[in-house]
Design a protein around this ligand. Structure first.
Ligand SMILES: [Zn+2]
Length: 251
C-alpha cells in the first residue's frame, strides 16, 4: 500500500522542495507531472502550497497540489506577466528599520496595496526603535489614520517582540523583503479600494469614476489640501495610479 501524507511547502530549491509534514521538515523531489487542483494557472510550486506526498520518508515525493486560497504575486522588470511567489498566506509582516537603513514609506504603500489586493492581512513592524524613531515620526501617523496596526519593536532590547510573536502564532505568515513588491495585476480604477482613507474620502466626490487628480469637485483632493488626508499618502496614491496606467497601456 502506498503511504500518503499532506504537507506545506516552506522552501523551493530548483528540483527539490522543503515540506513541513506535521513535526517533520522533509527535503523531497516532486513529480514531473504533478496533479494540480483546478484553477491553478501558475503551475510552479511556491512557498505556502499545500501538497500531497506519496512514499515513506526519506523517499517521499510530492505528487499533487491543492487549490490556493490566496496568492501573492510579483512582476519583475521586463516580465510581461506577474508570477505567484507565495500561496495560502494569512498575513505578511513587513519589517522596516525606524531610523537606518532609511525607511521608505512609498515601498510601504506598495506592500500594503499588494497585500490588500491579495487578501492577505498586512502587519507593519518598525524595528530598531531603541535607536529612536526620527526616520518615521513624520509619517507613521498616516498609517494609523488609515486604520493599519503598527508594531514598534527592538530586537536588541526585545521591546515589542512578544507582541509580534503573538501576532504570528498559528497563522501562515510571510516575512518578505518589501522590495519584492513591484507590480501586480490591478486595474488603475481599483487602486483606491486599497488606500482605505482615500476610499472613505472618495464617497464625497461628484463622480463615481473620479480619478482624484483633475476633476473640478474632488473630495479627496480637497481633503489632501486641507490636511484632513495625508498629502503624502495622496501623492503616493497618484504616483502608483500613474504607474498602473502606464503598465495597463503597455499590456
Ligand atoms: Zn475625487
Amino acid at each position: 500500500m502506498t503511504e500518503r501524507a499532506a504537507g506545506v511547502v516552506t522552501a523551493v530549491f530548483g528540483p527539490l522542495v522543503r515540506v513541513q509534514v506535521g513535526e517533520d521538515a522533509l527535503v523531497v523531489p516532486f513529480r514531473r507531472t504533478l496533479h494540480w487542483a483546478e484553477g491553478i494557472a501558475d503551475r510552479r510550486l511556491v512557498v505556502g502550497d499545500r501538497v500531497a506526498l506519496e512514499g515513506k520518508p526519506p523517499d517521499s515525493i510530492v505528487t499533487g497540489v491543492e487549490a490556493r486560497r490566496t496568492t501573492l504575486t510579483r512582476r519583475s522588470p521586463g516580465e510581461r506577466r506577474s508570477r505567484v511567489i507565495a500561496a495560502n498566506v494569512d498575513q505578511a509582516v513587513v519589517v522596516m528599520a525606524a531610523v537606518s537603513p532609511e525607511p521608505n514609506p512609498r515601498l510601504l504603500d506598495r506592500f500594503l496595496v499588494a497585500c490588500n489586493h491579495a487578501g492577505i492581512e498586512p502587519v507593519i513592524c518598525f524595528n530598531k526603535v531603541d535607536q529612536g524613531t526620527a526616520g518615521i515620526d513624520a509619517w507613521i501617523g498616516d498609517y494609523v489614520d488609515a486604520g493599519y496596526e503598527l508594531l514598534l519593536a527592538s530586537a536588541r532590547t526585545s521591546r515589542g517582540v512578544g507582541c509580534l510573536t503573538r501576532k504570528v502564532a498559528g497563522r501562515t505568515t510571510l516575512f518578505p523583503g518589501v522590495r519584492e513588491f513591484g507590480f501586480w495585476d490591478l486595474a488603475p480604477s481599483e487602486l483606491q479600494a486599497y488606500f482605505p482613507e482615500i476610499a472613505r474620502a472618495a464617497a464625497g466626490c461628484s463622480f463615481a469614476d473620479c480619478t482624484h487628480e483633475s476633476e473640478a469637485a474632488c473630495a479627496v483632493r480637497d481633503a489632501a489640501q486641507s490636511g484632513k488626508l495625508s498629502a503624502r499618502r495622496y501623492t503616493s496614491f497618484l504616483k502608483l495610479r500613474q504607474e498602473l496606467e502606464a503598465t495597463a497601456d503597455r499590456a
